[in-house]
Design a protein around this ligand. Sequence first.
Ligand code: AMP
Ligand code: ZN
Length: 112
Amino acid sequence: MSDCLFCKIVAGEIPADKVYEDKQVLVFRDINPKAEVHLLVIPKVHIDSLDELTEGDDELIAHMMRLLPKLASEQGLTEGYRTIINTGKGGGQLIFHLHIHLLGGKGLPGFQ
Ligand code: AMP
Ligand code: ZN
């Protein structure tokens, strides 16, 4: 997926404000934050969206989910946080590399 923006960030070809990285996952700050804390949690492997997940991704997805509270805690979001996964054009997905938005702190928009 050479034309995928998030794959380019994983490859280090485009800079990002990274906050966490391990073998499977990269986390960086959203370039256009919708709240005081707005992180994007992405798998390092290219997966278009939730629609493309297979059983083979179960361990990866569980890892991403369990990472969320740790990231929230590290970001000081003691009162709570919001997670969003946009899927497909109808779901507002703009970048077709699976990502979880982690939002919290001041300016957290309402859910609509
Ligand atoms: P979505 O609508 O769920 O596909 O969200 C894509 C998100 O990626 C948006 O919140 C954008 O602000 C964010 N974004 C786009 N380009 C970059 C970039 N180069 N670095 C960090 N975040 C980005
Ligand atoms: Zn990608």
